[in-house]
Design a protein around this ligand. Sequence first.
Ligand code: FFO
Ligand code: GTP
Ligand code: K
Length: 459
Amino acid sequence: MLARQHDPIVAIATAPGRGAVGIVRASGRDLRPLIEALCGRTLQPRHATYLPLRGEDGQPIDHGLAIHFPAPHSYTGEDVLELQAHGGPVVLQLLLARCLAAGQGLGLRLAEPGEFTQRAFLNDKLDLAQAEAVSDLIDASTEAAARSASRSLSGAFSSEIGVLRDRIVQLRMLVEATLDFPEEEIDFLEKADALGQLARLLQSVDDVLDRARQGALLREGIRVVLAGQPNVGKSSLLNALAGAELAIVTPIPGTTRDKVSQTIQIEGVPLHVIDTAGLREATDEVERIGIGRSWSEIETADAVIFLHDLTRLGEPSYDAGDADIAARLAGADPRQHARVLHVYNKADAAAAPVPAQALAISASVGTGLDALRRVLLERAGWHASPEGVFIARTRHVDALRRTREHLLLAQAQGLSPEPALDLLAEELRLAHNALGEITGAFSADDLLGEIFSRFCIGK
Ligand SMILES: Nc1nc2c(c(=O)[nH]1)N(C=O)[C@@H](CNc1ccc(C(=O)N[C@@H](CCC(=O)O)C(=O)O)cc1)CN2
Ligand SMILES: Nc1nc2c(ncn2[C@@H]2O[C@H](COP(=O)(O)OP(=O)(O)OP(=O)(O)O)[C@@H](O)[C@H]2O)c(=O)[nH]1
Ligand SMILES: [K+]
């Protein structure tokens, strides 16, 4: 994609389907010939001009607005032309075809997904973290996610990264200057309190890393699987959490055969909740396949709610069923223990006392659900208030983690009895590079290609 980054491009910028208004947008180094061909005139910069919008045959297909954003004062940093028409799919397709025909001599082509935003990045209108936030804003599934994406888009995350980078650069200069004047080595570093600076820098990296983790949680959410024996109330719990009758609830054990999933939000954090077939030794072929799927969902989940039926605790066959599941959960993955949350359902109808410290709920009456939501958020690792969070991706968390590791190695070198300053300098350089990946200061073309190709068309 990078090879063709100078062609003029065009796309329908608005969502497919009917809309009150629809926009065809073009970007290129010099769109004046295209504007002349399409509009038969020049356009006053950044001014909405009402005019006939014509089809390929030159006949008007609509009357709408045309806006020219001359380079570099546009979204992409290039010349941008917008044609704003009535938002019918046919009108927009005809306008698009007309643009492509009129721009043929200029090499105008259809834009690839994310290409407008990629140009904004290449022309320094946005850094990489901001460009990603554009896509995260469009894809946000909760208000909190949208707000934090907007904060990242306006540069809040990037400027925090910028502050960290400046501090690393300062340290690098100090250490590298010392390398050039070996006789003054340790003395020089001591006077500048290099190790003190490094320790404080590490604290700041930890803080940003923690907030980036929260941001990634807001963006990606977590997968929560409801698991347990048949008839314990898994589907009822999904419905209660979602506030809708999504999964079929019957007194017949083995009702749910295939998974049913729904994204709900708790304090703005998206939770992808998955109801699965009840776990038991099934003889029915369809049910067995469903149970196989339940286990594969359980193995890949971030959290598992292991649901128990309080009205049946103590029944030997029921207890044996729970013990089988518990054994398989523990065997599947030693970390299971941390992921599995035991929840006791049907508290409304239970005669026996609830086990100590257990989460007791009634999915059908709706009691205990607030406590369950709180525990789920805590298990997800959410401890922020959404106001301070900027949207982040696993990619950012990973780069921050590597930055931290290199800084720790630099610190260990600095604290050793005979510090090798060249190794310390090298770790600082690697930390600097890892951090630079976030805003795109050091990013490979294939990474850029991958990030932008996941955008929607026209963005
Ligand atoms: N009609 C329309 N609405 C839109 C967009 C668009 O491209 N077209 N956007 C696209 O995604 C977003 C807005 N983003 C934009 C960002 C910068 C500039 C721009 O003209 N920047 C100039 C001037 C800045 C200024 O005057 O302060 C610049 O950066 O130099 C325009 C839109 C959302 N709404
Ligand atoms: N008293 C009471 N009954 C409940 C509660 N939750 C679910 N039930 C009943 O338990 C039965 C089974 O509920 P489901 O939600 O279908 O159970 P499930 O675990 O999805 O069942 P399978 O599809 O067999 O795996 C239904 O008759 C529900 O009405 C509860 O909190 N209290
Ligand atoms: K069910």
